[in-house]
Design a binder for this molecule. Sequence first.
Ligand SMILES: [Zn+2]
Ligand SMILES: [Zn+2]
Length: 401
Amino acid sequence: MLVKAACTNEVTQRWTASLGYTRTGVSPTLVRLAQKSATEARWRPSWLSPGGLANVLLTGLGFTWKRLLKWRRHISGRKLTVEFSSPAYLSESARLASEQLPCRVLAFYLVTAVRDPRREALLHKQWCRDHSIVGRVWVSSRGINAQVSGRTADCVQYAHFVAGRFPGVKGAKAKGASLLCKLDPVLEPAFPRLRVKAKKLISLAPELDRSLDMEDRGQDLEPGEWQRRMQGLESGKPGKVLDIRNNYEWDLGHFAPAKRPGTEELVEMSPSSLGLTSEDKDTPLYMYCTGGIRCEFFGAALRKKGFRQVYKLKGGVQHYGNTVGDEGWKGRLFVFDRRNSVAVGLEGSASQLACPICGGGVVEEFWNCANLDCNRRVVACRACAERLLGCCQECRHRQGQ
Ligand SMILES: [Zn+2]
Ligand SMILES: [Zn+2]
């Protein structure tokens, strides 16, 4: 939040202080505070809203920082903290070079009740348009999910705009509650256009989706704690690692102990598709996905099904790579933008994966099957890519017959 104070008239000791913050609308408490300030110190608060930013302007005689800080506390206490997670770098010069790239890919989600998703989506659409931000923003009654890209300052500002839009997130006032934003430097915006919609954030199987309780979705593990748990599994502690993504994402890269999910879309996934039985009701279940949101929903589904020890990797593999590195990870990480895949941790350091088609080469290529009726995502080594001519194994085989 921006706090500015200046003595505008030295003779009369007239001061003007402005507190800029990204929250539209004025709460009753803020109005009460304003009225009190006005009568006590003859300060005159007013609200200006240029471009969705609310600005508190205090003008008055005799300036006290105490009063200003009181305002500041009130306003910032109603806002989520924004936490940025950025890639790890090999060296200081690599970090500097990367940070000088003009654009960013910003990814975040927030699970929270949204009263009017349509209206909320419109506000975000307008904001993003005004700031030339491209990408996807989905808003539903259960929260918001965004993968966007634009100029660095605009991405950072958008994150603050969002945090300011949802001051009522459960635990927002508690210490440590934050909007975790993955922020990757890129040369140019990573999406072709902007799409902002009021729609479902995540499509689970209807049977799982119907009775979700989003207040109960398992326990977050910080990346460091996740790493310790993975090491614990290696040394024989009980538990299962669940990849809450799709087959092709697993093919491109995964945590070593995770089995291939066996499904092409999340809507096909169920406890039984992951090999869970009633015997696992007390097994520690460690879930991970790209950025974390799929685990929030699937975690709620597992809890509903009576699994008692549900853990999810906070911020997903992206945050893990930024925080811990590639420890325990194999291959690359599939991402849903122009980049297709990114390194987990430092570029080129993770152990490489064998081609799922021939088992020989190293996974390097990635495409959608050229047969439009199929359009399946394929991951393979370069030799297989050349042999399959843009198709998947099955379609190529059929063509050959
Ligand atoms: Zn191959
Ligand atoms: Zn195909």
